[in-house]
Design a protein around this ligand. Structure first.
Ligand code: SF4
Length: 237
């Protein structure tokens, strides 16, 4: 089989991979990955179910160390009982806890949700703030959550780095080997991905990590990015 990159013809897949990854600039690597995702996951978006910024914030706080699927089973009852930040701010631990008890870390998350709602009502006039600096003042909201909210709701060029984004970025060689913290990975991705695509790239990397580039057994055989993947290049063939 023949492969082409930069108008160069490569005769076999393994040789192609080697030649391609060695000759690629960082810009070309990003271009390759973005082109692939644009073609294969054109409509990337969060898998959390929500209708309003308030609902998304509740869902993202609940999703820490928990699957989106589990969160989506839980949130409809919460949104029905507490349809907005005002109703959530008036509840108490014993009333909210039963709705959350099937999710990981239910004690902390119950406290965080009530604290978040009370602070939004008190300090932000009942409106979910839409800057990272404001959001991280809310209980249960760290930088990752704030980046998710601002990028999903407002398409701001912020990159939330979760375990999937971290792993996939490293394996694909999108970030340097010295980028060993979520913040370091975030900075490198932000620097190299075109600004208008950053909010979408977040979902591309998450979905690829969730369904193809799995942590323990990545599905490299069916992955369209193996031609440029540093991890794949090192696998015994
Ligand atoms: S080739 Fe394998 S390790 Fe590389 S991105 Fe694809 S699934 Fe992940």
């Amino acid at each position: 089989m023949l492969f082409y990159f930069n108008k160069v013809r490569y005769p076999t897949f393994s040789f192609y991979c080697l030649a391609l990854t060695c000759s690629m600039t960082k810009k070309e690597r990003y271009r390759f990955v973005i082109d692939y995702f644009q073609k294969h996951i054109p409509e990337a978006e969060t898998e959390l179910l929500y209708d309003t910024p308030y609902q998304l914030l509740v869902a993202v706080i609940l999703s820490a160390q928990c699957t989106d699927k589990r969160v989506n089973l839980t949130t409809p009852a919460i949104f029905k009982k507490f349809p907005n930040v005002h109703s959530l701010s008036k509840t108490n631990f014993d009333e909210l806890f039963p709705y959350i008890k099937s999710i990981s870390y239910p004690n902390n998350k119950t406290k965080h949700l009530i604290g978040m709602a009370q602070k939004v009502v008190k300090d932000f006039n009942g409106e979910i703030p839409m800057t990272v600096d404001e959001l991280i003042q809310l209980p249960g909201v760290g930088r990752k959550t704030a980046n998710v909210i601002t990028s999903v709701v407002d398409n701001q060029p912020n990159m939330a780095v979760d375990t999937h984004v971290f792993r996939v970025s490293k394996r694909l060689g999108l970030v340097s080997s010295s980028a060993n913290t979520p913040f370091a990975v975030e900075k490198e991705l932000i620097k190299n991905i075109p600004e208008e695509m950053i909010h979408k790239a977040h979902h591309w990397l998450i979905l690829h990590g969730r369904y193809t580039c799995l942590a323990r057994n990545p599905k490299c055989d069916e992955c369209g990015l193996k031609a440029i993947c540093n991890y794949y290049k090192k696998l015994p063939k």
